[in-house]
Design a protein around this ligand. Sequence first.
Ligand SMILES: Cc1cc2nc3c(=O)[nH]c(=O)nc-3n(C[C@H](O)[C@H](O)[C@H](O)COP(=O)(O)OP(=O)(O)OC[C@H]3O[C@@H](n4cnc5c(N)ncnc54)[C@H](O)[C@@H]3O)c2cc1C
Length: 319
Amino acid sequence: MSEDSAGTAESFEVVVIGGGPAGLSAALNLARARRRVLVVDGNRPRHAATLVARGFLTRDGIAPLELRRMGREEVDAYENASVVFAQVGSVAVEGDGFRVTARGVRGGSDVDVRTDAVLIATGVTETMPAIPSIRAYYGTQLHSCVECDGFEKADKPLALIGETHDLAERALLLTQWTDDLVVFTNGTDAVGAGDERMLAPLGVRVERRRIDDVVGERGVMTGVRLEDGTVIERAGGFIRPIWSPALSFADGLDLDRDDEGYLVTDAHGRTSLPGVYAAGETTAPGPQQLIVAAGSGAVVASAVNRDLIGLSLEGAAVL
Ligand SMILES: Cc1cc2nc3c(=O)[nH]c(=O)nc-3n(C[C@H](O)[C@H](O)[C@H](O)COP(=O)(O)OP(=O)(O)OC[C@H]3O[C@@H](n4cnc5c(N)ncnc54)[C@H](O)[C@@H]3O)c2cc1C
């Protein structure tokens, strides 16, 4: 997907970067607004670690990759929209629009196209605490989204592993599902003494020693082994990864970001650069859930369509 015989780059009204629930939902709504839309997706979703996704109305329990496959099919069914597998390497301002280039992945072709608007929906990448076997249990017995997986973990002896200062707040949230929780700070000062005292009556214990590894038998997690050899029995639990928005391809656009690197947008997903929008988890996180990301894609698609028409939303609600 590149230049025609006259050397002109193929042109779209909107290129959506990222084919997760945010990007696909935006593309579906833009396709239905009769926009010429291209979704460019690197197809490396972080939720590939799990086989079951919870909490998406009418799809509770669906495999997340199946949800994406269905979403791609729905978008592709519109003749003015398509989804390709390619990893975007750069987005540059060109004239009154943008040039998007991407390298084909999973059999997809390279992309070099022009577009009036760009909608970024590339989600986040995750950095885990440096514990050797943590990935082996991630998505099955160790999870990161309490709202998504708390229900299946209810009333079990759980671990919460992390090194960030929101750990006490996460522990407090988890008391809705269990009264037997050990918070592992892995040698960091992630939980203060005051928070530890507040959590104790709720059945939450803070373990400050460094972790050697997560242990289990035949793929079933049984506990957390500390560096001094002590094993604390746990039947799974939650991790707090460090999340970073996946935005290296947009460095040249100099978009405003917050302290954690998330794109700063207005309520309709407009970034600091006219013509560039963001949806889903590339913007400041709310609940990290599929249905929230999909909803955000629909909200931003509405703004993109109105802006392309030239409707001013200044001071007006998006109807
Ligand atoms: C293990 C796990 C389990 C989860 N379980 C649940 C659950 O049960 N229920 C629930 O509601 N939520 C769950 N979530 C959260 C859910 O996956 C996210 O909230 C949701 O996927 C965010 O959607 P998004 O569209 O913003 O980003 P993503 O789904 O992350 O999609 C971003 C897409 O952009 C692509 N991309 C990134 N960079 C580029 C680039 N340069 N060029 C092209 N494409 C690019 C990626 O490959 C990816 O396909 C889970 C998450 C994890 C990690």
